[in-house]
Ligand binder design. Structure first.
Ligand code: CA
Length: 228
C-alpha cells in the first residue's frame, strides 16, 4: 500500500520537481494547480497527505488548510505547507491553520521527502509501514501478520483489512455502509449483512487473546473499535 500524496502547487516546475522526487521515493502522486482543484481531488479520493503551497491563484493554501480541518472527513488529513515566505508570523499562521509541518522554498527535495515520511510516521504510522499496536494487539501492514501477546492471530484477508481499518481508526463509529466503502472498496456491491459475517469471524479470531470485545456493536448504527 503506497501512500498517495496530493501536491497542490501552481508553479509547474516546482510541482514537477516534487512529483518526480515523491514518485522516486515510492509514493503515488496526484497533482493540482489550485486550491479549488486540490479540493475536488480530495473530494474524489482522499489522499494520505497533502503538500499545500501557501500562495495559489484564487483561494490560498492557508484557507484550504483551514477548510480541511473543519470537515469531518479531512480533519485528520496530514498537511505540509509549502511557501516562499520566511517570516516567523507566517509560519505560526500556517501551523495555526492546521498544517503538520512547514517547508520554506527553496527546499531540498530530499529534505521534503524526509519531512513527508516523518509526518506520515507521526500521524499515520501504518502508512510508513510500521506496526500498529493497541494494548498488545499488534498488526504489521508490511508482513500482514497480526499477533496478540506474542501469539499469531490467524485471519482471512477480509478480516485482516477490517482489523487494519479498525485499528487505524479507533473510537469512531462506522455504519455498515461506511465499512463496506472503506474496507471492501466503493466499486463493489455487497449486502450490508456481509459486514456482520466478517465482524463475527474477526471476533472469533480475537477471542483466544481476549481482544474480541474491542469490536463493539453500536445499536442502530454500526461498529466501533475500542482503542484503549
Ligand atoms: Ca505558488
Amino acid at each position: 500500500m503506497n501512500p498517495t500524496i496530493l501536491i497542490v502547487e501552481d508553479e509547474p516546475a516546482i510541482q514537477e520537481l516534487l512529483a518526480v522526487n515523491l514518485k522516486h521515493a515510492g509514493f503515488l502522486v496526484v497533482k493540482a494547480g489550485s486550491a479549488e482543484a486540490g479540493d475536488s481531488a480530495i473530494r474524489a479520493a482522499l489522499p494520505d497527505l497533502v503538500i499545500l503551497d501557501w500562495m495559489l491563484p484564487g483561494q490560498s493554501g492557508v484557507a484550504l488548510a483551514k477548510k480541511l480541518r473543519q470537515d469531518e472527513r479531512t480533519r485528520e488529513l496530514p498537511i505540509i505547507m509549502l511557501t516562499a515566505r520566511v517570516h516567523e508570523e507566517d509560519k505560526v499562521q500556517g501551523l495555526e491553520a492546521g498544517a503538520d509541518d512547514y517547508v520554506t522554498k527553496p527546499f531540498s527535495p530530499k529534505e521534503l521527502v524526509a519531512r513527508v515520511r516523518a509526518v506520515l510516521r507521526r500521524r499515520a504510522p501504518h502508512l510508513a509501514g510500521e506496526s500498529v499496536d493497541i494494548q498488545g494487539l499488534v498488526l504489521n501492514p508490511g508482513t500482514h501478520r497480526v499477533t496478540a501477546g506474542g501469539q499469531t492471530v490467524e485471519l482471512g484477508p477480509t478480516e485482516f483489512r477490517l482489523l487494519f481499518f479498525f485499528m487505524t481508526h479507533p473510537e469512531r463509529v462506522y455504519t455498515r455502509a461506511q465499512l463496506l466503502d472503506e474496507v471492501w472498496g466503493d466499486h463493489v456491491f455487497i449486502e450490508e449483512r456481509t459486514v456482520d459475517v466478517h465482524i463475527r469471524r474477526l471476533r472469533a479470531a480475537l477471542e483466544a487473546s481476549g481482544h474480541q470485545d474491542r469490536v463493539e456493536t453500536v445499536r442502530g448504527t454500526g461498529y466501533r473499535f475500542r482503542g484503549h
